[in-house]
Write a protein that binds this ligand. Structure first.
Ligand code: FAD
Ligand code: NAP
Length: 444
């Protein structure tokens, strides 16, 4: 085994890629990142025609915290010689393939990345972490776990899973092979919306019967108005992390549509296509829009799938027979198998998630200077921004500062424009020369 790395990263999706790009700017840190894939492909199973990024391209791997990095989206555009054309195209939301190519470009050029390297097992030898990667052994003082979320296949769908009943993560490979007349899409988030739009726009599915089922009371949009966007800022995350768990859980439930609604542009495109199909087209495609239905079970009967669902609008139980089912039922957190040897040393909360401190460090019983960072693992601890691209640069910079034990990246920001915590309100009033005592009595 060669000398221990300062940090080993497991997974090279956008989140560890951002961390690798930040560490590239720090002299004297030996870091290496590993991914089982042979190259960086960003959610290839959902790369359907016309899909867009839900986030500003300025929220790239580095710009928010290290704007002079060579790994910015702007550097990529310049390297591809399409800076002017990109600006002239004036996208309100950029095509997802463009962002995926940017990520792949960084993936090809950053020297700390190793692809075709599945991490099979990680243990701790008392001094360092030891990673088994095929026949290779790698030693590291610290870890960054960023293995993404797993497609969520609900328990009621597992027995029915087949090449005609699958999660949307496989949509790009499987949709065009769907046979039969009737197709149901279950799930009212952005993935379900994109699958529906593809099916009702493609000539291949003309004349079929397509149903979009959502548990939500309607086909609801992602809220990206300014004060909701404040939830995707470092100031909000820091306030959120300080709250007790019970409060964080309640707030997360209230905020679902800030992170997980469908883009208004996708909903508009669906509605316009429905209009055309209903009033202006000779095509006999039938589209059934059925919100407020909780699917309770799916069973396979011969070549048919039978759905049982509860209608939350009128309380009725409904059944449906279809020939194919796309499960757009979201993604879920899972601790990767390679962590098994460490699990008796790691503290978990009651949901079985890591306990994370403000710097994304997992609580474990190892030495203080041997840290495990977890990315995209802290929705409950850090809030709805955690699984999104929005704060990936900030989170990376925060992790680098924690690793180095100094503020290599300047993360100081003014107070947010919204007073989330009462502590913040008290501080602001104090700055204005009003005593905290007055605030307290005023609050009463
Ligand atoms: C279709 C889709 C579109 C999205 N679009 C947006 C968007 O527009 N805006 C936004 O803010 N968010 C978006 N998201 C949410 C989020 O930004 C992405 O899911 C993002 O890819 C998460 O990055 P990640 O690095 O955590 O995980 P992933 O991208 O899933 O990467 C994890 C990597 O870990 C590797 N891995 C896992 N286990 C091992 C192991 N044992 N050894 C080695 N490698 C391993 C995997 O091969 C994979 O490459 C989208 C999500 C989806 C599903
Ligand atoms: N273009 C893009 O940028 C893009 C594309 C795809 C995904 N994403 C992002 O990736 C994340 C995941 O999106 P997603 O759409 O895959 O997942 P999601 O937002 O979690 O949506 C899953 C949907 O499945 C529904 N569902 C679960 N169980 C059900 C049941 N038994 N019956 C009926 N419906 C059921 C959920 O309903 P409830 O909400 O009521 O539980 C929800 O509507 C989001 O943050 C999204 O914004 C982005």
């Amino acid at each position: 085994m060669t000398q221990a790395l300062d940090l080993a990263g497991i997974g090279i999706g956008p989140f560890n890629l951002s961390l690798a790009a930040h560490l590239d700017a720090v002299d004297g840190v030996e870091a290496r990142f590993f991914d089982r894939a042979t190259r960086l492909e960003w959610h290839p199973g959902m790369m359907l025609p016309g899909v867009e990024l839900q986030t500003s391209f300025l929220k790239d791997l580095v710009t928010a915290t290290h704007p002079t990095s060579p790994w910015s989206f702007m550097s990529y555009l310049v390297s591809q010689k399409r800076f002017y054309e990109f600006l002239n195209a004036d996208f309100s939301a950029i095509p997802r393939p463009e962002f995926a190519r940017y990520l792949a470009w960084v993936g090809e050029n950053l020297s700390s990345l190793r692809f075709a390297s599945a991490v099979d097992q990680i243990d701790f030898d008392g001094t360092n972490f030891r990673l088994r990667i095929g026949r290779e052994a790698v030693s590291a003082r610290n870890l960054a776990i960023a293995v993404g979320l797993k497609p969520n296949i609900p328990a009621w769908a597992r027995a029915a899973a087949s090449d005609q009943c699958f999660h949307n993560a496989q949509a790009a490979n499987r949709l065009d092979r769907l046979t039969g007349q009737r197709i149901a899409i279950i799930g009212g988030g952005q993935s379900g919306a994109e699958v529906l739009l593809h099916l009702i726009s493609s000539d291949r599915f003309a004349g079929r019967e397509i149903e979009w089922i959502s548990m939500r009371p309607n086909f609801l949009p992602l809220d990206d108005s300014p004060f909701t966007d404040e939830l995707f800022t470092p100031g909000y995350v820091e306030n959120f992390h300080r709250l007790p768990q019970g409060r964080r859980e309640t707030i997360l439930e209230q905020q679902l549509l800030a992170g997980d609604g469908a883009s208004t542009s996708t909903l508009k495109a669906i509605y316009r296509r429905l209009y055309t199909l209903r009033h202006l087209s000779e095509e006999a495609t039938t589209v059934n829009m059925t919100p407020h239905r909780e699917v309770l079970n799916v069973t396979r009967e011969g070549s048919e799938y039978r759905l049982i669902m509860r209608n939350g609008f009128d309380g009725a139980i409904e059944t449906r027979a279809v020939d194919a089912v796309v499960l757009a039922t979201g993604y879920a957190f899972a601790i990767p198998d390679c962590m098994a040897p460490l699990m008796d040393r790691i503290a978990l909360d009651e949901r079985g998630h890591y306990r994370l401190n403000a710097s994304f460090e997992v609580e474990w019983d190892g030495p203080d200077d041997r840290r495990i960072y977890a990315l995209n693992a802290g929705r409950l601890s850090h809030g709805i921004a955690e699984p999104q691209l929005s704060l990936m640069a900030w989170r990376s910079a925060k992790i680098v500062n924690s690793l180095l034990g100094r503020a290599h990246f300047d993360l100081d920001l003014p107070d947010p424009p919204v007073a989330w915590s009462s502590r913040h309100t008290a501080q602001s009033l104090h700055h204005l020369g009003t005593s905290a005592r007055m605030t307290e009595s005023g609050a009463r």
